[in-house]
Design a binder for this molecule. Structure first.
Ligand code: ATP
Ligand code: MG
Length: 354
């Protein structure tokens, strides 16, 4: 059942009566409210009714977020690299997703990872999942992420089977804005764009997540073999071990869209019903076979043209995120105000909203 927004009044705290314990209480935590009293490290102040109804949310720049201040609600996902939990901040009631990646690594690799995670944390784009904080402790990386209550596009696709073009164009528009930011502003290649790394929420927002994380897992010496995430969306030039750039993400985007439109991964296994017998067979098919395309019988000319602008074996033949923003498939639906919020919400209840 869908839970309504959390009322801050439910979180009302009875403040310890004596000054000593109040000080102790405050230093252990961040900000909380009692009625119209806002209490934090800066002191106590009276806030207006409207301010009091919305607890001050934690911003990515806040340094107050610590693992001691969050409660685990439940496990919401498991990937090759680790587990993702829905967690709630004790004092503000705000939900987050906590990703825990187990790895025992050398100190030199730690530095590299810390660097990657810093890039992650400093990203400020509404189309990229916010990374609030990351910690390394006792062989595990914990990353506190923005919680996306609709889960991933992979979860969503399992429910709806396939996504009609107008919704797909609206989803793609947001993914392109995220890629535009990563590629053109930050000069970052995602490297692992796939349905499970596109997250959705009840507001109809679509955000890219896990950029840098795959790089961490693959670049850490001794850990490469333990990275068993999917390679299905990897571009031919990456599989062949050649040089690759941001166009590699565009290939992945094309495959993701085609899969969402048809409900099937675009490379079908050689023998019906058997699946790919080995990982190498699929990799060989991606490199050797002609690229997949959208069927003109089933889809609009704009969609088919968009797919072939993304899925080209030669990266130089693929369009950039910037060029794709102006493609007729995107512009055709841009002004129609496609309601993704209702579409996402009707397909299934989110775990929790705030
Ligand atoms: P892989 O490990 O192969 O990359 P993955 O992307 O599915 O696969 P995770 O990134 O660990 O692995 O995510 C697992 C699942 O957890 C996702 O499919 C999604 O359902 C959920 N999830 C991940 N991050 C969030 C988040 N920020 N908010 C809500 N759900 C999330
Ligand atoms: Mg992921």
């Amino acid at each position: 059942m869908r839970r309504g927004p959390l009322n801050p009044i439910n979180l009302k705290l009875t403040l310890p009566p004596d000054e000593d314990s109040l000080t102790k209480f405050l230093t252990q935590s961040g900000t909380f409210m009692d009625g119209d009293l806002l209490v934090n490290r800066d002191g106590v102040r009276v806030v207006s009714k409207s301010e009091a109804e919305v607890p001050p949310l934690i911003k990515p720049s806040d340094n107050q977020l610590s693992l001691a201040d969050i409660d685990t609600i439940k496990v919401i996902g498991k990937g090759a690299g680790g587990t993702v939990q829905l967690v709630q901040h004790k004092w503000t009631g705000q939900f987050f997703a906590l990703k825990v990646i187990q790895m025992n690594i050398q100190e030199s690799a730690l530095k590299h990872i810390a660097q990657e995670l810093k890039i992650n944390q400093s990203s400020q784009c509404p189309y990229v999942v916010v990374c609030y904080k990351s910690f390394y402790d006792n062989g595990a990386f914990s990353i506190i992420l923005e919680y996306m209550d609709g889960g991933s596009l992979l979860d969503f696709l399992k429910k709806v089977k396939s996504i009609p073009e107008p919704y797909l164009a609206a989803i793609c528009n947001q993914v392109l804005k995220g890629l535009l930011y990563l590629h053109h502003e930050r000069h970052i290649i995602h490297r692992d764009l796939k349905p499970s790394n596109l997250l959705i929420n009840h507001r109809g927002e679509v955000k890219i997540t896990d950029f840098g994380v795959s790089a961490i897992l693959t670049s850490t010496s001794g850990q490469a073999n333990t990275f068993v995430g999917t390679y299905n969306y990897m571009s031919p030039e990456r599989i062949s071990g050649g040089k690759y750039g941001s166009k590699s993400d565009i290939w992945s985007l094309g495959l993701v869209l085609l899969e969402c439109a048809t409900g099937q991964f675009p490379y079908s296994p050689p023998e019906q019903g058997e699946g790919w017998t080995s990982f190498y067979e699929l990799m060989e098919a991606i490199v050797e076979q002609p690229q997949p395309c959208a069927s003109t019988d089933q889809f609009s000319p704009e969609f088919c043209s968009f797919i072939s602008a993304c899925i080209q074996k030669d990266p130089n033949d693929r369009k950039s995120a910037h060029e794709l923003m102006a493609h007729p498939f995107i512009s055709k639906y841009r002004d129609l105000n496609v309601d993704l919020a209702t579409y996402f919400t009707n397909a299934g209840s989110p775990l929790a909203t705030f």
